[in-house]
Every structure is written in structure tokens, then in C-alpha cells.
Design a protein around this ligand. Structure first.
Ligand SMILES: NC(=O)c1ccc[n+]([C@@H]2O[C@H](COP(=O)([O-])OP(=O)(O)OC[C@H]3O[C@@H](n4cnc5c(N)ncnc54)[C@H](O)[C@@H]3O)[C@@H](O)[C@H]2O)c1
Ligand SMILES: [Zn+2]
Length: 389
């Protein structure tokens, strides 16, 4: 019998993605489930691959922010049942290695041989196909699938359960001030979580007007880095340096006139704007090899940094992928309780067939494209999203 097929968004090469028919995933292990994807988000991290700025090979199905309904279940799965609505961390983790045991699920050593960390649909992150597709296989499902209330309520909030990390790894404590660089979904989520956690002042730095407006709407102070030096603007408003800073931009940061990439500019700004003994959280992505880097050193992931200044100020820093599993249960409950509504970052809600256009527009940050969610099996609205915040 021919294998069943489904539609999935595949990477074909720089700036090229296409919806193709591929083999529908099957259970490969008793601990697996197959999820019918109701919602999958496009992430800024997908754009690094989309632009050909990673070692990603054609054929990969993107999509690491996924949720849906349990369609098939292996006999080893005990905590879930068919028909459950679930959301998955973007990390794939086994729940049993030393790092998982300590809550560091982004660095699981059991799912991607020779590497600490696995993810769906991402270069170097293991053999797991992405969820910008009608179905997705989830390994170690009892550990990796978090059960949600049935129905469709809060669908767009639950898909965004990954934003807490940048603030956490900066060492943030309530009452402190914080500067978040980048007002993409990651930056806006970091800013929002700082507000939920009782920050005094939250500064959000970007140049895209719609994104700065979104930051203002949730109570942050927007800083446009093209107007004048971002650090000077923050210190002037704050009266002193801030306690914490977050890099939600990563290695494709641009210089103040927006004309060229400057991979160290955000890190340098953070070293300048953070008070002595403060902390820097760096969820923004840096890669060990970048085929499109502006210079030879950064092509090998060597970013020059004022390390002397960092030392002098006794700054601490945290970095790496988000240990989603360490937070998502609590964030789920804050959403259910009506205390958090992260869907305010979503700008567009589309069908899988619209994904090719959406990648292009999101990549250019055009037409207010901030965060796109895809419904690969239809059934929801399409078009501009209105979170009503
Ligand atoms: N650590 C993790 O687990 C994790 C998870 C998701 C995303 N990421 C990474 O986080 C970063 C942000 O993701 P996103 O989805 O929000 O991406 P995004 O590309 O939508 O947002 C980045 C924003 O940074 C702004 N920017 C560029 N240069 C800047 C500068 N010099 N100063 C201030 N802002 C500047 C851009 O205008 C853009 O709005 C990416 O590098 C992504 O790969 C990390
Ligand atoms: Zn593990």
C-alpha cells in the first residue's frame, strides 16, 4: 500500500520555500505520538535558515513552535489519550538525561547524537521534521507534549509558550529595570514577561514602527535606535544604567542606519547599558558557522566583544536556547487564568498555502508582519490577526 501523504512547507534553498506533498509521519517508537497540527508559528529563527545563513540543506520541513490534537499514540504513552489538545516545546528532549533531570531540556544529550539539544525542523538539531505541516511526530511524548484544555480557546496564546527565557537568564528580579534589544516576537515576549514579573522600567529597542508601537501598548518605553544612540536614550530616561538587558536580536543585528549587519552591536550596547554586577540574557541566536557573514571571523562564529569592559563591570551572562519545558506548564496556567495573553504579538493568521508569501513578507518585516501563525489543517480564520488587547 502506498504511504499516506500530507502537505508540508519545505525549504528549497535561500529565499525559497514551497508547500509539497510528503510522506505522513508514522509512529516509530512506542513512546511516540503523531499530532494533527492545528497551529504552527513561523519563528525569527526560521528566517536564518530561509535566508541561507545557516548550514540548512534543502528538503528540511520548517516549524518548531507547534500544537495540535493527538491523532495516533504508541503503546508506551501513558499520560495522554487520542484527541487531547497538546502543545510542544520547540526542543525535543528525552526527559531522562542529566541535563533534562536538571531542567535544562534545551541541552538534552539523548536526542541528537554528538550534540546537546534537539528541535523540530531545525538545522543541526536532529532528525525531527517540523510542524509547518499537517502532521508531526513527537518522540518521548509523555515528556514533550503538554496537555491543554480541550477546544480552541486560547489557541493563539498557547502556541507562544516560549518567551520567558531571555529575562530568566539575565538574572532578573522583580522591581528591576531592563532593556530589551529587538522587538520581534522574542523581544516583545521578553518585555511582556518582564512586565508580568514586576519590572520597574522596561525599555524596548528596535526600528520597526509597528513593533515599537506594540511594545508601548503593553507598557514599555520604546527606543528607536535609528534616532540616536540607543544606550544614551535609555540612560537619559532611566537616570542611570539598567539592571538587566536582553539580546533578542542575535547575529543578524544591523547598525543604526540599518544599512549593514554588525554582529556585535547589540552585545556591545548591552555591556554599555547594564550596571556593574547586572546581568545580560542572550536568547538571540549566534551560530558557529555563517555562510553569509560580513567578515571572515564571524563566518566562523568568532564575534569580537569588549570582554575587558564586561569583566570590569562584573557582568554575568546567560545564553543558549530556551528550556521551554522548565516554564511552559506555569505559563499555560497563567493563560488559562487570564493573567497572560501573549497572542498580542501575532500579526497574521494564515493557511499553509499562504506560507510562501508570509515568509517573504516576514523576512522583509513588511506590512506589519511580526508573528505569523499557520493553521495547516484549516479550520480557523485567515488574514490579519486581532488579539483585541
Ligand atoms: N534562544 C532561543 O531559544 C530562541 C528562540 C527563538 C528565537 N531565538 C532567536 O532570537 C532572535 C529574535 O527572534 P525573533 O523571532 O524575535 O526575530 P526577528 O528577526 O523578528 O526580530 C529581531 C528584531 O531585532 C531588530 N534589530 C535588528 N538590529 C537591531 C539592533 N541593532 N538593535 C535593536 N534591534 C535590532 C529587528 O528590527 C527585528 O525587529 C533571533 O536571533 C532568533 O533566532 C532564540
Ligand atoms: Zn535529555
Amino acid at each position: 500500500m502506498a504511504s499516506a501523504t500530507m502537505q508540508a512547507l519545505n525549504y528549497l534553498g535561500p529565499y525559497k520555500v514551497r508547500v509539497e506533498n510528503v510522506v505522513k509521519p508514522k509512529l516509530e517508537h512506542p513512546d511516540d505520538i503523531v499530532v494533527k497540527v492545528t497551529t504552527a508559528a513561523i519563528c525569527g529563527s526560521d528566517l536564518h535558515m530561509y535566508e541561507g545563513r545557516t548550514a540548512a540543506e534543502p528538503g528540511i520541513t520548517f516549524g518548531h513552535e507547534n500544537m495540535g490534537i493527538v491523532e495516533e499514540m504508541g503503546e508506551g504513552v501513558t499520560l495522554l489519550k487520542k484527541g487531547d489538545r497538546v502543545v510542544m516545546p520547540f526542543n525535543v528532549a528525552d526527559g531522562r538525561c542529566r541535563n533534562c533531570e536538571e531542567g535544562l531540556t534545551a541541552f538534552c544529550t539523548g536526542v541528537n547524537p554528538g550534540f546537546a539539544g534537539g528541535a523540530y525542523g531545525y538545522v543541526a538539531m536532529g532528525p525531527y521534521r517540523g510542524g509547518q505541516a499537517q502532521y508531526i511526530r513527537v518522540p518521548y511524548a509523555d515528556f514533550n507534549a503538554l496537555k491543554l484544555p480541550p477546544g480552541t480557546e486560547h489557541e493563539a496564546d498557547f502556541v507562544l509558550l516560549a518567551g520567558w527565557h531571555g529575562v530568566e537568564i539575565s538574572g532578573f528580579k522583580s522591581g528591576e529595570s531592563i532593556a530589551v534589544f529587538g522587538a520581534g516576537p522574542v523581544g516583545l515576549m521578553a518585555a511582556y514577561s518582564a512586565i508580568l514579573r514586576g519590572a520597574s522600567f522596561v525599555y524596548v529597542v528596535d526600528r520597526v514602527p509597528e513593533r515599537l508601537a506594540a511594545a508601548k501598548k503593553i507598557g514599555c518605553i520604546p527606543i528607536d535606535f535609528t534616532k540616536s544612540d540607543a544606550v544614551d536614550q535609555i540612560i537619559e530616561h532611566n537616570g542611570e544604567m539598567v539592571d538587566r538587558s536582553v539580546d533578542a536580536v542575535g547575529y543578524q543585528a544591523v547598525d543604526p542606519n540599518g544599512s549593514s549587519e554588525k554582529p556585535n552591536i547589540v552585545l556591545e550596547n548591552m555591556i554599555r547599558v547594564t550596571r556593574a554586577c547586572g546581568g545580560m540574557g542572550i536568547p538571540g541566536l549566534y551560530v558557529p558557522s555563517d555562510p553569509g557573514a560580513p567578515d571572515a571571523a564571524t563566518a566562523n562564529g568568532m564575534i569580537s566583544l569588549s570582554f575587558g569592559k564586561l569583566f570590569e563591570k562584573g557582568l554575568s551572562l546567560g545564553t543558549g536556547q530556551c528550556n521551554v519545558k522548565a516554564y511552559n506548564r506555569y505559563l499555560r496556567d497563567m493563560i488559562i487564568a487570564g493573567k497572560a495573553k501573549p497572542s498580542f504579538v501575532i500579526s497574521h493568521e494564515i493557511d499553509l498555502t499562504d506560507a510562501e508569501v508570509a515568509y517573504d513578507k516576514f523576512d522583509k518585516r513588511e506590512d506589519g508582519y511580526t508573528k505569523v501563525i499557520i493553521h495547516p489543517n484549516g479550520g480557523f480564520r485567515t488574514g490579519i490577526y486581532d488579539s483585541g488587547l
